[in-house]
Design a protein around this ligand. Structure first.
Ligand code: TXA
Ligand code: MG
Length: 364
């Protein structure tokens, strides 16, 4: 892995194991590291996070350096009790309704894979919010994450624990692949549950707007808030608009090989992709396919990977980032992926896949 000039890569990264069911005494040292300004990666129910003290500007600067992340890309502040949002959110009475909406959503979805954007208080440093006057807040449900946040003093800034531009880590070994030598500690909690990052909903606009789709879908948010919109750049790369979540404008989750999403009737997709694969093979390229279990065997690529049954979106969510990383490990140069249905959790899957493909999609 190549690092930005000026970044250190020579720390001793300690790895500890702490499963959800384990005694949380193992997190005392991790909490101390965070309280003293260090960085600890930890599991959440979505993906691994790279934690630092959210109220300490120096910690946030370290997070950006460790990830090689542009400093205009704000971090999510993780809490372990709902009432802790009051320290993070502006107490200006004009924001009362936004807080009321946050409370409603929290009652329905927290702790869980939902991040809310609200106007920030003065306690949240601009280093954490990438210079914005708003703050992203998440109350995760993962037991180890909650215990770590409590041990750290209650406010942990954590982007996904990947190097900027790589797929988010779903296993501790992928955190180490990107972060070894660059952070103080990794808490290994095994494989994450969901595998795609949290849904981000912006409550500072009316109606509320989804900036990043995730496990909590537009339909689920609508049931609580009534009207909810989705940033149209989520699935449409040709709109010419800039995504409203700063992080969504960068090419993310990108494998090293060239990835193309192919959409259409299964038979047509299979014959199109196989033709392309033959050409790529003739040109001496190593080829790969990401397909549903039902169609995986129909492809003639060097490496064919299944995301699970077409009906099982949860399986696809859990496997997608791992598969993208495996294609890198296996040096696959040309990759084709079947498209997902873009409703429900499929919208989040399609959003991540399209970003990984730089919005390169072919309709056949
Ligand atoms: O599931 C998750 O959310 C994981 C785990 C670790 O909790 N975290 C995560 O963080 O995905 P990160 O930094 O990889 O993605 C945060 C996204 C970025 O796209 C960022 O631009 C956006 O949230 N964001 C953060 N604060 C924002 C704000 N104030 N306004 C708009 N977008 C914001
Ligand atoms: Mg990320």
């Amino acid at each position: 892995m190549k690092w930005l000039p000026g970044c250190v890569n020579n720390m001793d990264t300690k790895v500890i194991t702490c499963m959800e069911e384990d005694d949380k005494a193992c997190l005392t040292e991790a909490g101390r590291i965070l309280q003293s300004g260090g960085l600890v990666a930890f599991p959440t129910e979505t993906v691994y996070g790279l934690g630092g003290d959210a109220l300490n500007p120096a910690s946030s600067r370290k997070i950006y350096a460790a990830k090689g992340r542009p400093s205009d890309n704000p971090l999510i502040v993780h809490i372990c009790r709902f009432e802790d949002i009051y320290r993070l959110v502006s107490d200006d009475p004009e924001h009362k309704e936004k807080l009321a909406a946050a409370k409603k959503l929290a009652d329905a979805f927290w702790p869980g894979p939902l991040t809310m954007i609200l106007p920030k208080s003065e306690d949240v440093p601009f280093e954490t919010t990438g210079g914005l006057h708003t703050v992203a807040i998440r109350f995760p449900s993962h037991k180890t994450a909650l215990a770590l946040i409590a041990a750290a003093g209650g406010y942990v800034a954590a982007p996904s624990a990947n190097a900027s531009g790589r797929p988010s880590p779903t296993l501790a070994k992928y955190v180490l692949e990107d972060m070894q030598g660059r952070i103080d500690m990794v808490v290994d909690g095994g494989e994450v549950g969901i595998g795609l990052e949290s849904t981000i909903v912006d409550l500072t606009v009316e109606p509320a707007e989804i900036l990043r789709p995730g496990y909590v879908t537009e339909e689920m948010l609508r049931e609580v808030l009534g009207k909810v919109e989705t940033d149209r750049t989520v699935l449409d790369g040709s709109s010419g608009q800039i995504p409203k979540a700063p992080g969504m404008k960068y090419r993310h989750y990108a494998p090293k090989g060239q990835l193309t999403v192919v959409s259409g009737e299964p038979e047509t997709v299979i014959s199109y992709v196989n033709k392309q694969i033959e050409q790529a093979k003739a040109a001496g390229k190593k080829t790969g396919v990401i397909a549903a279990e039902e169609t995986r065997k129909d492809y003639r690529a060097d490496v064919c990977k299944s995301v699970g049954s077409r009906q099982d979106e949860l399986s696809a969510a859990k496997l997608l980032y791992r598969i993208l990383r495996e294609f890198d490990e296996e040096n696959v140069e040309i990759i084709f992926a079947e498209a997902f249905e873009s409703t429900g959790l499929g919208q989040a899957l399609m959003n991540r896949l399209l970003k990984a493909a730089g919005h390169h999609i072919i309709n056949v």
